[in-house]
Design a protein around this ligand. Structure first.
Ligand SMILES: [Zn+2]
Length: 102
């Protein structure tokens, strides 16, 4: 998601925004109609982004993200999510959604 965010945007060149939380989570996938592992990424300003590691379907705060009209997008989406997870998984998860937590 973040890698394609600047397509069609004419203003300044910006780096992909850095997520403040990237975790693996097993939740129900509406496309697979069963529980799957998702890479769940939260980025300030952009919000939540979830990618099913089985079907490659992406979801954000609005629901299911638009599907690209290209061959092999599911595979690329899954690979992209895996790269994203490997790159950012070491981030501390403590400040993601636990206000008041120690
Ligand atoms: Zn799925």
């Amino acid at each position: 998601m973040t890698e394609t965010a600047q397509i069609g945007v004419g203003w300044v060149h910006v780096h992909a925004p850095r997520p403040d939380s990237v975790v693996l989570r097993r939740v129900h996938c509406p496309t697979c109609e069963r529980r799957r592992f998702f890479v769940v990424s939260h980025t300030p300003w952009y919000g939540i982004n979830e990618t099913c590691l089985w079907c490659g379907e992406r979801f954000d705060d609005e629901g299911r993200a638009e599907r690209p009209f290209e061959r092999g997008w599911r595979k690329r989406s899954i690979e992209s999510a895996r790269r994203h997870y490997r790159r950012y998984r070491t981030l501390p998860e403590t400040h993601s959604s636990t206000p008041g937590g120690a």
